[in-house]
Design a binder for this molecule. Structure first.
Ligand code: ZN
Length: 104
């Protein structure tokens, strides 16, 4: 059996090629890839503040895989965007870091 060619992962924010250490955001329609915390945050905030997106589109559950391999489940994109902002801004006191549930 030959292995399928390595699928290139393109960042949903800036269209750069994402290394295996990037972030992966999965929902039922598929997966999105992000270079780093900044690309993830900017894409997510842009998405949930976009007036052309319906409320339903913002309310889709998703699961994020981090560069460390740790996974986190969010009830919707808004929750994920808040977590992403806190993650990119750093600072452990941001309550949005507690958004979502860690997946074992
Ligand atoms: Zn990027």
């Amino acid at each position: 059996m030959t292995q399928p060619a390595h699928k290139r992962r393109i960042c949903s924010y800036d269209m750069a090629e994402v290394s295996p250490e990037g972030y992966v955001l999965a929902e039922e329609q598929g997966e999105m890839y992000f270079c780093d915390a900044r690309c993830l945050c900017l894409w997510a905030v842009h998405f949930v503040t976009n007036p052309r997106r319906s409320e339903e589109q913002k309310r889709i559950a998703c699961e994020l895989t981090m560069p460390s391999g740790e996974r986190r489940k969010f009830t919707d994109f808004i929750e994920a965007a808040q977590w992403s902002a806190a993650n990119a801004l750093q600072g452990d006191s941001n309550p949005w870091r507690e958004n979502g549930i860690k997946v074992d």
